[in-house]
Design a protein around this ligand. Structure first.
Ligand code: ADE
Ligand code: ZN
Length: 328
């Protein structure tokens, strides 16, 4: 039995496996510029975040109908459950779909259908996090939030993702304020490729409760101290960092140093279909590359539930599962 854990940084569009992409392409009459799934997988060699995003957005063309989003989310939940995920807070990028003429309701209702069955079918509780694309204008983010209002009951939080360099979080202050007024929680990608100053800005201007990635906080010792003192969770994605060349190798990942500095670190998979593994695979890879012992792995699992947007009672129940877990 795998270690129970929560996944807090997972883009549902980043779980689109090549085989499913080709199946959906055929079903929807979409032409893909790759001969087959293997040829597509061959293209997964990235220079940086942007080179990944180009392919990630291109492949979304196969997602058109409610049933496509449902199938995508159901496939993720099945894989995640097999790797010990008990709770998942799942990002989606509505603007990447509405721009292609797919209605936001199609996206949310499709994902929602799979998530509604998540607990019964896969034993996973879920939340949905609507992400704004930071390389689009703030007006587009505001219009997206407005269009999501009929589906508010399905949403847990808002997030901010896409190309970080040159796109500081502060531009989205008004939409974050509007989201908070609607009762949504707040997270944002910051400090993945962008500077530590973007992490500070996400905290101070957007008021985020969790920072996605946040790795570059290490360039600012005062910020590290603050994140540790305020117990602000970081949702780290080590396999993503290697594939997008944010760190050289997994053995070089600063995770142990960050835990030693008192940061509330969690481990997540980001875009597992593209980066070589789901979250259980990531735990195993970290154990092997960094020599994390059982207590460190248990601490990461504990952190994942502590950082989750879950009611206290549910959190306590999951934490009890982590405490009782026996490593094989
Ligand atoms: N969208 C999907 N994955 C992302 C990442 N790692 N950073 C920013 N935006 C993303
Ligand atoms: Zn991400």
């Amino acid at each position: 039995m795998p270690l129970p854990k929560a996944e807090l940084h997972l883009h549902i569009e980043g779980t689109l496996e090549p085989e499913l992409a080709f199946a959906l392409a055929e079903r929807n009459g979409v032409e893909l510029p790759y001969a087959d799934a293997d040829a597509l997988r061959e293209a997964y060699r990235f220079e940086d975040l942007q080179s990944f995003l180009d392919l990630y957005y291109e492949l979304m063309a196969v997602l058109r109908e409610e049933a496509d989003f449902e199938e995508l989310a159901d496939a993720y939940l099945a894989r995640a459950a097999a790797q010990g995920v008990r709770h998942a807070e799942i990002f989606f990028d509505p603007q990447a779909h509405t721009e292609r003429g797919v209605d936001i309701g199609t996206v949310i209702e499709g994902l929602g259908r799979a998530l509604d069955r998540g607990e019964e079918r896969h034993g996973i509780t879920t939340g949905l996090i609507l992400c704004f694309l930071r390389d689009k204008r703030a007006e587009s983010a505001l219009a997206t939030l407005e269009s999501a209002k009929p589906y508010l009951h399905r949403l847990t939080a808002v997030g901010l993702d896409s190309a970080e360099a040159g796109n500081p979080p502060g531009a989205f202050a008004a939409v974050y304020e509007a989201a908070a007024a609607l009762g949504l929680r707040k997270v944002a990608h910051a400090g993945e490729e962008g500077p530590a100053a973007y992490v500070r800005e996400a905290l101070d201007v957007l008021g985020v409760e969790r920072v996605d990635h946040g790795l570059r906080c290490l360039d600012d010792p005062g910020l590290v101290e603050r994140l540790a003192r305020e117990r602000i969770p970081l949702t780290l994605c080590p396999l993503s960092n290697v594939r997008l060349r944010v760190v050289d190798t997994l053995a070089d990942h600063p995770l142990p140093r960050m835990m030693d500095a008192g940061l509330l670190c969690t481990v997540n998979s980001d875009d597992p279909a593209y980066f070589g593994g789901y979250v259980g695979d990531t735990f195993h890879a970290l154990r092997d590359a960094l020599g994390l012992d059982e207590e460190r792995l248990r601490e990461l699992a504990r952190n994942s539930f502590e950082a989750a947007f879950l009611p206290e009672e549910r959190k306590r129940a999951y934490l009890a599962e982590v405490a009782a877990y026996e490593f094989e």
